[in-house]
Write a protein that binds this ligand. Structure first.
Ligand code: CAA
Length: 258
C-alpha cells in the first residue's frame, strides 16, 4: 500500500493534517495539494471538527512547489492547467480556522501555504523565504501579495528580491508568525491553540475568521460595516444566549455550535 502524501488524524475537535513527503522536504506537487485540499474539505464539512492544524516534519514544513515537476513545463503547460489555481486556490475557501505548525523550511510555496493558514506558530528552527527568484521565476501562490500584507513592503521586497531566508525570531518581530516555541513543542502548542478555538461557538469562529480576512480585502468603512452586521447576526444563534447566560451565571458555556 502506498503511503498517503497527507496524513490525517483527529484529536478531540481538532483535525490534524501532516504533509508526508519527507524525502523531498515536503515539496508541494499537484498530487500533494489534491490530497491536502480533499482532506481540508472533509474536515471543513465535519460537524465534529472545529479547527485544524497543518504541519510538516521537523526539517521542513514545505520547501516549496515541486521544482522537479515544474522544470520541463512550458508556458502552455502551466497556462492550460491553470497551475496554482484549481485545488491550490481552493484552500483559501476553507471556512474553519487552520493553524500552521511550522518547523524547519517554509520556502516558496511552503511559505505561501503557511500564509494561507489563519495563524502561524513557528518552531525556533523555522526558516521562511520566497527564493523563487533564484529559479528565474517569482512567487506564484500568493507570496507577492500576502507577504507585504503580513510584514510590510520593505521586508517583503527584501525577501522576494534577494531570496534570503528569515528565521523564526525575525518572522515573529515582523508579524508573520504569532508565536515562536521550542521545536519539540510546536505541534502540541498548535493543537492546544486549535483546541481552544474548537471549544468556542463554531458560527462565531467562522464569522470572526471572515471578518479578519475582510480587513485585507476592503476599505475600513466597508470592513467595519461587515463586522457589525456579522456581530448582529450572531444574536440569532443559541450559542450567543448560552455564552452570555454562562457569563452572568458564572459557569462555563456549553456551546452547541448553532
Ligand atoms: N522541489 C522538489 N524537490 C525539492 C525541493 C523542491 N522545492 N526542495 C527540496 N527538494 C528535494 C531535493 O531535491 C533533495 O532531493 P534528493 O535527495 O532526491 O536530491 C531533497 O529534497 C533534500 O533537499 P537538499 O538536498 O537540497 O537539502 P539541503 O538541506 O541541502 O537544502 C533547502 C535544503 C535549502 C531547502 C534546499 O532543498 C532548497 O533550496 N530547496 C528549494 C527551495 C525553493 O527554491 N523553493 C521554491 C520552489 S518554487 C515555488 O515554490 C513556486 C511557488 O511560488 C509556488
Amino acid at each position: 500500500m502506498t503511503e498517503p502524501l497527507v496524513k490525517v488524524s483527529v484529536q478531540g475537535r481538532v483535525g490534524i493534517l501532516t504533509l508526508n513527503r519527507p524525502k523531498a522536504l515536503n515539496a508541494l506537487s499537484n498530487e500533494v495539494i489534491d490530497e491536502l485540499a480533499e482532506a481540508l474539505r472533509a474536515f471543513d464539512a465535519d460537524e465534529n471538527i472545529g479547527a485544524m492544524v497543518l504541519a510538516g516534519n521537523e526539517r521542513a514544513f514545505a520547501a516549496g512547489a515541486d521544482i522537479g515537476a515544474m522544470q520541463g513545463w512550458s508556458y502552455m503547460d502551466v497556462y492550460k492547467q491553470d497551475y496554482l489555481g484549481g485545488n491550490w486556490e481552493s484552500l483559501k475557501r476553507i471556512r474553519k480556522p487552520i493553524i500552521a505548525a511550522v518547523s524547519g523550511y517554509a520556502l516558496g510555496g511552503g511559505c505561501e501555504l503557511a500564509m494561507l493558514c489563519d495563524i502561524i506558530i513557528a518552531a525556533d528552527n523555522a526558516k521562511f523565504g520566497q527564493p523563487e527568484i533564484k529559479l528565474g521565476v517569482i512567487p506564484g501562490f500568493g507570496g507577492t501579495q500576502r507577504l507585504p500584507r503580513a510584514v510590510g513592503k520593505a521586508k517583503a521586497m527584501d525577501l522576494v528580491l534577494t531570496a534570503r531566508m528569515m528565521d523564526a525570531e525575525e518572522a515573529e518581530r515582523a508579524g508573520l508568525v504569532s508565536r515562536v516555541v521550542p521545536a519539540d513543542r510546536v505541534i502540541e502548542e498548535a493543537i492546544e491553540a486549535a483546541t481552544v478555538i474548537a471549544s468556542m461557538s463554531l458560527p462565531s469562529v467562522i464569522m470572526a475568521k471572515e471578518c479578519v480576512n475582510m480587513a485585507y480585502e476592503s476599505g475600513l468603512d466597508a470592513g467595519l460595516m461587515y463586522e457589525r452586521r456579522n456581530f448582529h447576526a450572531l444574536f440569532a444563534t443559541q450559542d450567543q444566549k448560552e455564552g452570555m447566560a454562562a457569563f452572568v451565571e458564572k459557569r462555563k458555556a456549553d456551546f452547541k455550535h448553532k
